[in-house]
Structure formats: structure tokens, C-alpha cells
Ligand binder design. Structure first.
Ligand code: UD2
Ligand code: MN
Length: 590
């Protein structure tokens, strides 16, 4: 029995010993595991840190402190090589992307709001939060980063639910940029890529469908928002959820990124579908900076309720790539029970490209850009302008021969939403517009041939076969109704027009070209002096030149006006002397 007990004790002891050794081994093992894990974590952390600093080196290392701060023009003493790089980047993108890389994405901006805007107070809890939707196609990374940083730095956190960034089939995926955006704007930016470009309209609709907040704010990918930009855009929507609001659009200079003040205005389109800005009505100017009606929005920057945008069907799905969608949405908004208000207390800067730069946005079928825009315009005119579409078609006859696609869905929507006719829009929002752009044009100032008085056998000829410069050719026998190439009008818009072409000056007024009429005066502004018989380019006194015949070369040029120079004397087939007497009424000349 004693022996038994002894044996049992030994067993227990052995068991205890084994358990103790086991625990020690287990402890040592877990210790090893922990050490390994720590080592892993620190190597992951240092890898992440390394990655972040590598990305910062790519996107931020060239920033020059304070360059462009407060929105001042960014200037420097650039070397020849740098100037060449600047030129190259401007030719490629239409703006100085080289310089943009050197201006901080976080740069400060001067607060240029109207005094009383700064005093306004908003209770943020009552305002809806927003999903900002930005679509882009081949945007420069530094410009895009500045857009996003300005949004993060100047939007109350409580109101900014998310930024939805839609890459509309940019030519290549910039993985480094995508990673950097995720790190820099953690939990704020949601990225979505559309593999093949669908155009800004459809890309915006895709963004809107991903959005979670009650209000959508659409922005171009090259903007900078300023202090207090969002709150005043939201208040009118809170009052009436069928309201769309637009900020005042300031200009970011494409050469030096200087931030310039834009004016409050009422947007419109003329009868050639150019976007134009009309001054505020008297009572609106007096009430500044209270929000005022904006007949047609510029297109790129606006806030709208998500529900209302979807009831309106977003954009017409037949609109492709670029252009015309701002007219479609504006008309739809007004005619189908909504409104657009411009809110002067909200200011957003937009980088307008160099006017000479032709953006190349083509769709996957590589349709010529002008064709695509024409098709978009025709869709808008057919669906929304009723009988007034003829007025646009008269100015842009090429629209009528372009295939317009199926319009059934748009017409159906117009019926379903009980939208009003376009005549309502003209009556209610366009009294001043109709004075400037009447439906029935008064007689032109002059028309028929433009005959050179120094070589009376020669007349100005559109030169249909060559596509850039007009020429001189033997005059048609009928001076009042000559052949089309010699039929010119000094039009009500003070342009020298033949069909859809206008004469324009380039190279500081020295060269004369023919180009599609742009309806914006500027280098297509012409007048006729009945006394000196000169045909004069330029509205402002300081920039005038006279059309000059070069009979030996059968060409025309434009040079310093000299009343004694016979080559500068012309005669129209028909001159409306009564109208010519009032040519300069209400026209600014200096
Ligand atoms: C103006 C509008 C723009 C749009 C356009 C007419 C402003 C400030 N801008 O011209 O928003 O209404 O008129 O269509 O009012 N994009 C794509 N996919 C494309 C083409 C463009 O995502 O296939 C993007 C582009 O990167 C930019 C935005 O759409 O972010 C607008 O294009 P834009 O800047 O070339 O137009 P913009 O400002 O000349
Ligand atoms: Mn733009």
C-alpha cells in the first residue's frame, strides 16, 4: 500500500513536471510569434511610410512654397528650358500644367465675397449633406489634386458626405495617383473608373447613381472652391427642393493660375447656341447679393436635389461626350416645374483653357467633334425649342442634316412631367434677351457684294475651295443678289457674314481669315464708315484696322486705317443708310 502511494506521487510529480515544461515551451513559442508579428508590423509600417513618401515625392516635391498663394498670379524667372517646358505643357493641355505642379494644392485664396455674405450664419445641422460628383477625362494630376484639396479645406465636414470621382475613360490609368488620392483623402473620395469614355453627361449620371447624400453638387475637375461656397448653395434647395443653384464662376488664369473675380450674371444662349451672359435685371442688381433667377446655367458647376435630378431623368442619354447638356438641363428644369438660381455669395473658380486650344474629346467611334456637338444641339432644339428651333436652324443650317437619333424617350418625359412650352420661357425669363436677340431680325446694315473701289472689277469672295482665307475675284453681274460666295452681309450682330462663315482678324488685326461665325463680336466685329467707305474691324477705338484690297495678289489684308488709301475703299451692293446711321447706338467703343 505504501509502495502504491509512492508510485502514485511519482506519477503526479511527473505529470506536474510535464505540464510545467509544456507551459514554458508554449510561453516561449508565443513569445517568438509575438516578436515575429511585431517585426512584421514594423516592416509593414515602414513600407507604408516609404510608399507615402514616394507618392509625395511624385506629386508634391516640385511645389514652390507660397507660389500663387492667395490666388495671386504665379510668376517666376524661368530659364529658357523651363519656358520651353511651359510652352509644351500649354500646347498639350490648354493650360500651364508645368506651373500648376509647382503651386501647392493647398494654396490659400483671397476671400472676395460681398461684405454681407461674410456675415451670414447657417445652422449646419439643418442643411442637407452633399455628394460632390466630379468627372474627368485626361485631367492633369496637379490640377485635380488642387480641386480636391480646396474642397476638403473649405467645406464643412458635416456637409461633405463624399466626393465621387469618375474617371471617364482617361487614356491611361494613373495607379500612383489613385493610391495617393486614397491616402490623402481617406474616406472622403470614392473613385470609379469607366473603362471606355462615355462623355461628361453619362459619366455624371453614373456618378449620381453612386451618390448617397440627398443633394448632388456637380463640378468640373479643374476648379477651386472658396470660403463659404457651399452653405449658400444649399439654403435655397432646402426651401424648395426643385431648385438648382449655381455659384458665381470666377476665372483661374490658364497661364499663371491667378484667381480673378467673375461677375454675377444671367446666363442664356443666343440663336446660334452660344452660351452668353446678360446683365442682372434692375431689381436683381438692387437686391444683390440675394440669389436671382438664372435662365441658363453655364453647365459645369451646380447643386441639385438627388431625387429631383433623377425625376428629370438626369441628362438625355442621347447626348454624347461634350456640349449642349447645359441647355438641355436648364430648359428641362425651368419648363418642367423647377428653377435655377445664381447665388452670388457662393464663388467657385474655374480654369478656362486657352481659347485657341481645341480640346480633343472624341467618343469610341471617333466621331468628329463638331459633328457630335451639332448632334447634341439638334437634339436639344428638337425636343425643347418647339417652333423656335427654326430660328436656330436658320443660323446653323448644318444642324438639319445631321442624324439626330431617337427622341421618343425625351418627348415621353416632357409629356409625363407636364412641361411647359418654350414660349413660356421666353415670356417669363427673356424680356431683355428678346430686345438684344429679336426673333424677327431687323434689316441688315448692308448686303450684297463688297466691291473694291480701287479695282472695281474685283469683289470679296468667300473662296469656298480653300478653307482659311477669303480672296478677290471678278464681281458677279448682280451686285445686290450676287452668287453666294460673293454675298456678304454686315449683319445685325455687326459681323461680316457669308452663310455660316464670318470674316475675322488675327495676328493683332493684321491678317484676315474666314471662320465659322462665333457670335461673340471680338475679332469678328466689323463696321462700315459711309463717308470714308472703309470696312473696319474691331469694336474698341484702340484696336481698329481697315480691310485692304491687294489686287495684285487677289487677296485682302487688314492694316492701319488711312482714308487716303484707295485700297481701303469699298462699296456694298446694298447699303441701308438709315440703319447705318444708328450703327454705334448703345455700343461700347472704349
Ligand atoms: C462648359 C462647362 C462644362 C460643360 C461644357 C459643355 C463650366 C465651367 N464648364 O465647358 O461643365 O457643361 O461647357 O458640355 O460651366 N469630361 C468628361 N468626359 C468627356 C469630356 C469631358 O468627363 O468626355 C469632363 C472634363 O474633364 C471636365 C468636365 O467634363 O471635368 C467639363 O468639360 P470641360 O472642362 O472641357 O468643359 P468646359 O469647362 O470647357
Ligand atoms: Mn471646365
Amino acid at each position: 500500500m505504501c509502495l502504491d502511494m509512492l508510485r502514485h506521487k511519482k506519477k503526479v510529480l511527473l505529470l506536474l513536471l510535464m505540464m510545467a515544461t509544456g507551459s514554458i515551451v508554449y510561453y516561449l513559442y508565443t513569445l517568438k510569434l509575438e516578436r515575429e508579428r511585431d517585426a512584421n508590423i514594423s516592416s509593414t509600417t515602414s513600407r507604408l511610410e516609404r510608399e507615402i513618401s514616394e507618392l509625395q515625392a511624385v506629386f508634391e516635391s516640385e511645389v514652390i512654397p507660397d507660389l500663387g498663394a492667395l490666388g495671386r498670379p504665379a510668376r517666376g524667372n524661368w530659364s529658357d528650358a523651363e519656358l520651353e517646358a511651359i510652352g509644351r505643357s500649354q500646347r498639350e493641355t490648354g493650360y500651364n500644367a508645368w506651373l500648376s505642379k509647382r503651386i501647392s494644392a493647398e494654396r490659400t485664396l483671397y476671400d472676395m465675397r460681398h461684405r454681407s455674405c461674410k456675415k451670414l450664419e447657417y445652422s449646419l445641422e439643418k442643411l442637407p449633406s452633399v455628394s460632390v460628383v466630379i468627372t474627368y477625362h485626361n485631367e492633369d494630376a496637379s490640377v485635380l489634386l488642387r480641386t480636391l484639396s480646396s474642397l476638403r479645406n473649405r467645406t464643412p465636414v458635416l456637409l461633405l458626405r463624399e466626393i465621387i470621382l469618375v474617371d471617364d475613360g482617361s487614356s491611361s490609368v494613373d495607379q500612383k495617383l489613385n493610391d495617393f488620392l486614397q491616402i490623402k483623402f481617406l474616406n472622403m473620395v470614392r473613385q470609379h473608373r469607366i473603362a471606355t469614355q462615355v462623355g461628361l453627361m453619362q459619366a455624371r449620371v453614373v456618378g449620381a447613381e453612386l451618390a448617397l447624400a440627398d443633394v448632388l453638387v456637380f463640378l468640373d475637375s479643374h476648379v477651386e472652391v472658396t470660403k463659404g461656397w457651399l452653405e449658400p448653395l444649399l439654403e435655397p434647395i432646402l426651401k424648395n427642393n426643385r431648385t438648382c443653384t449655381t455659384p458665381i464662376i470666377d476665372t483661374i488664369d490658364y497661364e499663371n493660375f491667378g484667381y480673378r473675380r467673375g461677375k454675377p450674371s444671367r446666363g442664356f444662349f443666343n440663336w446660334q447656341f452660344n452660351y452668353i451672359q446678360l446683365p442682372l435685371l434692375k431689381e436683381e442688381a438692387v437686391a444683390m447679393p440675394a440669389p436671382h433667377k438664372n435662365p441658363i446655367m453655364n453647365g459645369g458647376l451646380f447643386a441639385i436635389g438627388r431625387q429631383w435630378f433623377s425625376e428629370l431623368g438626369g441628362y438625355d442619354k442621347g447626348l454624347k461626350i461634350w456640349g449642349g447638356e447645359q441647355f438641355e438641363l436648364s430648359l428641362k428644369l425651368w419648363l418642367c416645374g423647377g428653377q435655377i438660381l445664381e447665388v452670388p455669395c457662393s464663388r467657385v473658380g474655374h480654369l478656362y483653357r486657352d481659347g485657341k486650344f481645341q480640346v480633343r474629346y472624341t467618343d469610341k467611334e471617333k466621331t468628329k467633334e463638331s459633328r457630335m456637338i451639332s448632334r447634341n444641339y439638334r437634339r436639344v432644339a428638337e425636343v425643347w425649342l418647339d417652333e423656335f428651333k427654326d430660328k436656330v436652324f436658320a443660323n446653323m443650317p448644318h444642324l438639319t442634316v445631321i442624324p439626330v437619333g431617337n427622341l421618343a424617350e425625351q418627348r415621353e418625359l416632357k409629356k409625363r412631367l407636364h412641361c411647359k412650352p418654350f414660349s413660356w420661357f421666353l415670356q417669363n425669363l427673356a424680356s431683355d434677351f428678346l430686345n438684344l436677340y429679336p426673333i424677327l431680325d431687323p434689316a441688315e446694315y448692308a448686303s450684297g457684294v463688297l466691291q473694291s473701289l480701287s479695282s472695281p472689277k474685283l469683289c470679296l469672295d468667300l473662296n469656298e475651295s480653300r478653307n482659311d482665307r477669303p480672296k478677290l475675284s471678278p464681281c458677279s453681274s448682280d451686285h445686290i443678289f450676287p452668287k453666294p460666295e460673293q454675298h456678304w452681309t454686315l449683319s445685325n450682330h455687326r459681323e461680316l457674314r457669308s452663310g455660316t462663315y464670318c470674316l475675322e482678324v488675327r495676328n493683332q488685326g493684321k491678317d484676315v481669315y474666314k471662320f465659322h461665325c462665333h457670335g461673340q463680336s471680338g475679332n469678328q466685329f466689323w463696321s462700315f464708315d459711309s463717308k470714308t467707305r472703309q470696312v473696319i474691324s474691331g469694336q474698341m477705338l484702340d484696336f481698329r484696322h481697315c480691310l485692304e484690297a491687294q489686287p495684285k495678289k487677289n487677296l485682302v489684308t487688314s492694316s492701319v486705317c488711312d482714308p487716303k488709301n484707295n485700297n481701303q475703299q469699298w462699296k456694298f451692293g446694298y447699303q441701308n443708310s438709315q440703319r447705318l446711321r444708328h450703327f454705334w447706338d448703345n455700343i461700347k467703343t472704349q
